[in-house]
Design a protein around this ligand. Structure first.
Ligand code: NAD
Length: 265
């Protein structure tokens, strides 16, 4: 069964083959979907992502996008509309906070500027894209974003990104509420830690991975393919009754008390 047969899906946030967006893009194609990709707009990435996309997604268009710019959001959707009159799915897989804010004590290392940047690029960008995507969407369309447990737990070093993810998750609910009457769904996947360029900016990611594998119900970390499979489900008509939801794909880490080993002994 092809979950996404002929659905037109826009996937943002592809940087390299380790990106969660890359795994989602592969799954979209495997599930019969038509793909458009965006990359962060700069010369270096145009070449790098261009090579990757030409190799692995030869039928997908690749569009430049800096989510911090309204002008670029408008231009990207104008280009998209030249090839597709309708859009069935949007994947928002973008986040950024200055590296110096992702280490140590939150109260010492969070500047006004870092706070604004993290919230703009990692949270508001979903609303910026949703505003434009919704104009191309019909009933049944779906939007999916990526979040992390640091939204509601104070996780060492995650700091301002946790606050941005809290805003992102709240945005999911508000967008789901306001787009619900148009029968457009909006959901988030709360993924367990995975090694990517974005996560390598968070100090102590190696220990975090080990800690999660030790404490998660399934006693392991997750793969980006598992996140991609959940994204394909949420983008598909199989999830037609689900909106405003934060779906954990974390091998059952979020609900454990931290003493799973004692429980199983
Ligand atoms: P990644 O580094 O591969 O992807 C992050 C993407 O954000 C990159 O493509 C980057 O170019 C893009 N980006 C940053 N600033 C941008 C801007 N101004 N305009 C446009 N694009 C911009 O890392 P990833 O781990 O695949 O991250 C994807 C999403 O998954 C993020 O929202 C991240 O917070 C979330 N997430 C990741 C993990 C993890 O452990 N890797 C866990 C939970 C959630």
């Amino acid at each position: 069964m092809s979950l996404l047969a002929d659905k037109k899906i826009l996937v943002t946030g592809i940087l390299n083959q380790y990106s969660i967006a890359y795994a989602i893009a592969r799954t979209v194609v495997e599930q019969g979907g038509k793909l458009a990709l965006t990359y962060q707009n700069n010369e270096r990435l145009r070449e790098k992502v261009g090579r990757l996309a030409a190799k692995d997604f030869p039928n997908a268009s690749l569009l430049p996008l800096d989510v911090a710019s309204d002008q670029q959001c408008d231009a990207m959707f104008a280009s998209l509309q030249e090839q597709w009159s309708e859009l069935d799915g949007l994947v928002h897989s973008v986040a950024f906070a200055p590296r110096e804010a992702l280490i140590g004590n939150y109260h010492e290392n969070t500047s006004r500027e870092a706070f604004g940047t993290a919230l703009d690029i990692s949270a508001f960008s979903l609303t910026a894209l949703a505003q434009r995507a919704a104009k191309m969407m019909s009933p049944g369309a779906s939007m999916v974003t990526l979040t992390y447990l640091g939204s509601n737990r104070a996780i060492p070093n995650y700091n301002v990104m946790g606050i941005a993810k809290a805003a992102l998750e709240s945005s999911v609910r508000y967008l789901a509420g306001s787009l619900g009457p148009s029968h457009i769904r909006v959901n988030a996947i709360s993924a367990g830690p995975i090694k990517t360029l974005a996560s390598s900016g968070i100090s102590g990611i190696g220990e975090m991975l080990k800690g999660v594998a030790a404490q998660a119900a399934l006693q392991r970390n997750i793969t980006r393919e598992e996140v991609a499979a959940a994204a394909a489900f949420l983008l598909s008509d199989m999830a037609s009754g689900i909106t405003g939801e934060i779906l954990h794909v974390d091998a059952g880490f979020n609900f454990m008390s931290g003493n799973s080993q004692k429980i199983s002994e």
